[in-house]
Design a protein around this ligand. Structure first.
Ligand SMILES: *Cc1c(COP(=O)(O)O)cnc(C)c1O
Ligand SMILES: [Zn+2]
Length: 417
């Protein structure tokens, strides 16, 4: 492992979590690609069952005995014909991460993270999260018998909190008044002063979990029969997902199974876009400015005011010739409706932000109609009952009479029945 800030090298056997130089660098995992390429090839891989642990050689968990799994990964890549037609695209795909055990892609990260906690022998884990990562950690913690402490912002969606409480986590809502993320502050105290296993979904405090999401890219490549898509749209908060998605394509390039990258596109909401701002300013990856205000968006999974893995995320955009786009809450809501009504995929706002980003990119003439486009749909619609209640509306109430049905169908839905 190699620190992203000071370059210090450590071995996995030293069981490191953060850089001993205390420089808030991320301990990037360095793989021996030659050894991997000798031990496995595409044919051997294709015989394994379709879940993320088929990529074991590319994951840090030292043996199958430590794996804590709820059946994460192995999600479908859906060809979006109706949506594609509407947007004028011929090859549009949705990677449906809503199908994961707790309803978001964070399960890939937390499955790896909790497996490592078992390997290290931890009994207590702590997380700072606006919801999905905590819900996921709580589920895997329950499965492994590890106690989970979760600090969530006071405005976190109740759907996620309910999930956390059911999985048996000890949940604390933390008041958010200053720009500094107070949930991260609390997590650091329990890690640094009380020896808890830190398991947030960003790499600076846990270098292992970020490896999980890279299996998304590996699956996409296999599902496209070893073709690399042209562009991949990634909803972005801490930029750990973006980093993981890049790393998946990187690993397959390194073992020679593919030979190019897709453009990676980071999508952030108007009310919190420190990462896309940094990209627009061509910022130095090591000096990204945090967002100055508390986040203001319905996309509660994208509320990181400081993109902890933004350094690796920016490099991923620079390396793949990718770019960033910013979308409004209204555009996110419209995308939720389109995903559900045209393709049968129900996403939460953060989960639909990738599609909003694609629509924005089409408007900005960044997309060609023949390109192979993949949109990551990262979290399930039922995760956020507060938002759906406010935006779905109420259906009409009728008496069981054909006349009334006809009348209301016309008046309410504008259809002739
Ligand atoms: C966490 C999350 C994201 C963003 O991932 P980051 O690694 O924070 O950039 C996107 N969508 C959903 C549903 C999430 O929960
Ligand atoms: Zn360091």
């Amino acid at each position: 492992m190699k620190c992203s800030r000071c370059g210090r090298r450590l071995l996995l056997s030293e069981k490191p979590l953060t850089c001993p130089s205390k420089d808030l660098g991320r301990l990037d995992i360095v793989y021996d690609y030659e050894a991997i390429a000798e031990s496995i090839n595409r044919d051997v891989l294709s015989q394994r069952s379709f879940n993320m642990w088929r990529y074991m050689e590319f994951l840090p968990v030292p043996s199958r005995d430590y794996i804590v799994s709820l059946g994460e990964g192995g999600t479908p890549l859906l060809k979006a014909r109706r949506l594609g037609e509407k947007l004028g695209l011929r090859n549009l795909y949705l990677k449906d991460e809503t199908r994961n055990p707790t309803g978001s892609f964070k399960d890939r990260a937390m499955s790896v993270s909790v497996s490592m906690a078992v390997y290290f022998g931890f009994k207590k884990a702590v997380i700072a999260s606006s919801g999905n990562a905590a819900a996921s950690l709580a589920a895997y913690g329950a499965k492994a018998g590890i106690e989970v402490y979760a600090f969530v912002p006071d405005f976190a969606g109740y759907g996620k909190i309910a999930q956390l409480l059911y999985y048996g986590a000890k949940v604390f809502k933390v008041r958010w008044s200053e720009a500094e993320d107070p949930t991260v502050k609390m997590m650091r105290i329990l890690y640094e002063e009380h020896g808890f296993y830190p398991s947030p979904s960003f790499g600076v405090f846990n270098p292992y979990q970020v490896e999980g999401p890279k299996t998304i890219s590996m699956e996409i490549v296999e599902q496209l029969k070893w073709m690399v898509p042209d562009q991949v749209f990634v909803p972005t908060g801490a930029a750990s997902l973006l980093t993981g998605v890049f790393n998946g394509f990187r690993d397959f390039n390194m073992v020679g199974w593919i030979n190019r990258y897709p453009k990676l596109v980071a999508v952030q909401p108007e009310g919190n876009h420190p990462f896309v701002r940094a990209w627009r300013e061509r910022a130095d990856p090591m000096n990204i400015r945090p967002w100055e205000k508390p986040p203001d968006t319905i996309a509660t999974g994208l509320e990181d005011t400081y993109p902890w893995d933004g350094d690796a995320g920016l490099k991923a955009l620079y390396t793949t010739n990718g770019y960033g786009v910013v979308v409004s809450d209204k555009e996110i809501l419209d995308s939720m409706k389109m995903l559900a009504s045209l393709e049968g995929v129900f996403a939460e706002p953060s989960g639909a932000a990738g599609l909003a980003g694609l629509i924005k990119a089409i408007e900005e003439k960044q997309v060609d109609r023949d390109e192979v486009i993949v949109v990551l749909v990262t979290g399930h619609g039922l995760k956020d009952p507060d938002i759906i209640r406010k935006t779905a509306g109420e259906p009409p109430l009728i008496n069981p009479s054909v006349e009334e049905f006809r009348k209301v169908a016309r008046e309410f839905y504008g259809v002739l029945a």
